[in-house]
Design a protein around this ligand. Structure first.
Ligand SMILES: C[S@@+](CC[C@H](N)C(=O)[O-])C[C@H]1O[C@@H](n2cnc3c(N)ncnc32)[C@H](O)[C@@H]1O
Length: 270
């Protein structure tokens, strides 16, 4: 290995020595490090830049390490009926731990039913950069037995979502996947790309375009935050609406717009 090309595995471990990055996908850290080292050969600075990027796209949405161990124990003691009041209370307690689902809590009873009304049977879903959103399945109008595939970059989050799927015997699978590099090659009725395009575009500017044009599913529900993490709206609806229209310009797709407090959504039908 040339002098200026440091041992990547060691740098990956260095990024992961901070607890909040210890469960981030190693492959994502590797690709970010390669990119940063190409810009700045100083390994210390590259590690710092990668940590900063991981904060921006991942840990900023979780104020503290999430207590997946304790949640798994609580889950194990719950009935296996997803609509049992004790289960719904548990999920309503867990969902706000991720800021994206916390912001969606006030609109959860109507968000999915309104956006997905009229789609007919939904037998399969792909949830891109899912956060804790799969735990909102009881509020989604899905056909019983629906397959649900979810992707994110935190291995502990992915493990917990799989425990959730297993406990309720859902036809689900959570995958540790950097969606800027790969998308599970599956055919689904519906793809969820919720509040995530601005986040992914901080890693790769072309991701939003690639997802919208590359995903062959007949229905995509795409949403954008209408408030910043700090709670300010700062013209975000106008800004993201314009960005979305740039992404779909020239396409003969049917677009339906929904505006909720805190979230702007578009149903794209191809
Ligand atoms: C703004 S949150 C949206 C979460 C979820 N879609 C929702 O609306 O509830 C962005 C999510 O993208 C995930 N993420 C960031 N970069 C990613 C990548 N390259 N591949 C997959 N997921 C990623 C983060 O961990 C975070 O959970």
């Amino acid at each position: 290995m040339p002098e200026s090309n440091p041992d990547l595995d060691q740098l990956i471990r260095q990024v992961q020595t901070l607890a909040k990055y210890s469960r981030v996908s190693t492959e994502l850290i590797r690709s970010l490090l390669i990119r940063e080292l190409a810009k700045r050969p100083n390994p210390k600075e590259a590690v710092k830049a990668v940590r900063s990027k991981l904060h921006q796209v991942g840990t900023a949405y979780q104020e503290k390490p999430l207590p997946y161990g304790a949640w798994s124990e609580e889950l194990a003691a719950l009935p296996a009926d997803l609509h049992d009041p004790k289960v719904l209370a548990f999920l309503q307690h867990v969902l706000p731990a991720h800021s994206s689902t916390r912001e969606r809590m006030p609109i959860l009873p109507t968000f999915f039913t309104e956006c997905l009304a009229g789609l007919g049977d939904i037998n399969s879903v792909l949830d891109i950069a899912c956060g804790l959103n799969p735990l909102a399945i009881p509020w989604m109008p899905l056909k019983p037995g629906c397959t649900y595939t979810a992707c994110d970059i935190f291995s502990d989050m992915i493990d917990f979502i799989n425990i959730f799927f297993e406990h309720f015997q859902l036809n689900g699978q959570a995958l540790l996947t950097d969606v800027t590099r790969e998308i599970p090659p599956i055919e689904v009725d519906l793809v969820l790309i919720l509040k995530t395009i601005p986040c992914l575009e901080q890693m790769d500017k072309e991701t939003g375009q690639r997802l919208l044009t590359g995903l062959a599913a007949p229905n995509l529900l795409v949403s954008f935050p209408a408030r910043s993490l700090g709670g300010k709206s700062k013209g975000m609806v106008r800004h993201y609406e314009q960005h979305f229209h740039e992404l779909v310009a020239g396409r003969a797709w049917r677009i339906t717009r929904f505006e909720f407090p805190g979230e702007l959504a578009f149903l794209v039908q191809k």
